[in-house]
Design a protein around this ligand. Sequence first.
Ligand code: FE2
Length: 307
Amino acid sequence: MFVDHVEGAWIDVPIWFRSHRIDDDAALARIRDSRISAVVIDLDKGVGPTQAPVAPHAPANAPAPQAPDPETAKAKETLRRTHSAMRQIFAAIRDGASIDPGQARAVVDEVAVAMRHRPRALLGITRLKSKDEYSFLHSVAVCALMTHFGRFLHLDEGMVQQLGVAGLLHDVGKVTLPSEILGKPGSLTEEELEIVRTHPRQGFRILQSQDVSDMVRDVCLHHHERIDGRGYPDGLEGDQLSQAVRIAAICDVYDAVTSIRPYKEAWSAKTAYRRMWEWDGHFDRVLLGQFFVSIGVTGETARRPEL
Ligand SMILES: [Fe+2]
């Protein structure tokens, strides 16, 4: 079989799995025993599987299911702990109260540590978003991606920490949007889109009375700007977009397009790379290439910056 790509397993691909070919049953067995979750086979370049895939529902005489992967269990524990802190932060914002900057930093630290030790498990869990938890999981995922990318770019720890807070709070203005619009499955009408597009300014207004840095406010206000000036709310372009805003724009869109939701197709990391690369004028292309290197979807056009 010819393996076109390994689905989402940029951390777990074993060192021995360098070839695109699976030549014998032994190689197949090793892949099945590894932590790779799925591979995509190219039938034009090789044969397909000769056995039916394992049935999703195990037969009655099947062995007992294995205990959950310990890394996944730890990542779930991280999310459980951060969930209550995030609830408090957003409840304070809704009530017009002050958020505790120490609490936000603690969430960022927890997420950043989890992202350092078990990135695949953390992103694997946050990728699957129910309607009720979308906002929380999207905030955490963008926080995780921004801190991870900031470290990859060798930014200093203070900046990485601020990127994390910005990721957590970038969509805070959505607390002002009607829940019917926020929770509506499928596409929105033009009128509804106009309302959604108010959330960066609403968020910026909310954060003006909060103890957060100017960089966090900048990301909140401008994460939907585009490098060609066709974004919103201010239509900034080129150098007018700060580095933090450019990073946030990439991480925000990446998490949105790869999120698994009941009513839309979720792109694989590789598909996200291909399609986001085609969106001319949307992102900073140097950073976009580096972002995909940072998450293991190697691009030919980018590499990690030298120290
Ligand atoms: Fe947003």
